[in-house]
Design a protein around this ligand. Sequence first.
Ligand SMILES: *Cc1c(COP(=O)(O)O)cnc(C)c1O
Length: 450
Amino acid sequence: MDALRALPSVHQVLELAEAQALVAVHGRALVLFAVQRALDEERTTGTIADPAARMARIEALAGELRRPRLRPVINATGVVLHTNLGRAPMASAAAQAAANIAGRYSTLEFDPRTGRRGRRHDLVADLLRYLTGAEAAAVVNNCAAAVLLMLTALAKGKEVIVGRGELVEIGGGFRMPDVMRLSGARLVEVGTTNRTRAEDYAAVITPKTAAILKVHASNFQVVGFTESVEIEALARVARHQGVLLLHDLGSGSLLDTAAYGLAVEPRIQDSLRAGTDLLACSGDKLLGGPQAGLLLGRAEVVDRVMKHPLARAVRIDKLTLAALTATLDLYLTQSMAELPIWNMLGTSADAIAARAQSWQRSLLQRGIAVEVVPTESTVGGGSLPGERLPTSALAITPRPGRAADLLRRLREHEPPVIGRIEQERVLLDPRTVLPGEDDALIDAVVAALA
Ligand SMILES: *Cc1c(COP(=O)(O)O)cnc(C)c1O
């Protein structure tokens, strides 16, 4: 207790020259907060810090609050669409477009030709119609919001039929039956986990049925004795019985994944051509753009959905719209090479091996011997489940039992480098490391092994 009497007052500390220097950098309010916090800590622990240690603590506290928690990392996991690392990195044109709009007024909901109010989601509608063949298009905050909105606006108080094998959990607790309940639509399950036929759907349609919902099994595979119904067959059933066919496509590719040596992922335009009335998909999965939810389909249906009050609650932001427009423009001009994720998916195993070997040489020059090993990258992010791409990774073998420790040291580097452990080795996969990040990655490895 006596010792605490030696604790200076907040005012005394704040008047010190070192504290005033911090005020010049961080402002008085933040430094005041840090001083109070540092003195509180000393009071709580009952130990008086020496003045230099106290000032260091104050500086650290102020710095910690100002350090952005959202900052770039180097993704060396080989998972192309890594949800925890921000899914698709955007094309530089998309990032530029968002930056151009960010600090200025814009035509977000204003048509300069007429001087009248416009609708923000119309800004990308023409582009999306052209690229997908949809009669109408709109965008909202993300695909989860698009699905919730679509079910609420079109099926509240009515029944929606879903195949049992498609009652998926997308992740983060987004489960189809829960979303259905939230929308006020009643779920009618048909078929079995592994087999569902068109007759199963037709048999349960009643006057209370609003729609058939097809959900893309984007993050798992059912293998073996399986059968699911093609969009064409579902569209026939829906049209014949006068109900809507909705499609939650999730990953939403405009490109033919098979041309990249990957499994076939249904494309947006294929689903629409097959007769889907309304389709929902993500902007930041295989489209390679910003987080967004695309709604594409028949004009009357899109219109009904976007007039629902919930559309206002899930509306898209102007930065996203700018980035999405620029992303779609790359598809328009067939500049796929500008889209980071398609670049990563399309890089040959040989090119990746060459890059891993160049890292190996750089490290050897700094006295560090590592191996290059063949392994596999994955697509991730609820796209192409089970799909693996042959790759080569840098393999660092630490002392026995220290792989997790090395992984942590890489993660704590600035910028953090995220790798993975395989057989007691830390693997760094060049596939997902962006051009221009090589030197930073090498520095991180050198520092982590020091
Ligand atoms: C990923 C996914 C969603 C959710 O998309 P977000 O853009 O993350 O909201 C919904 N449905 C399916 C089938 C998905 O794959």
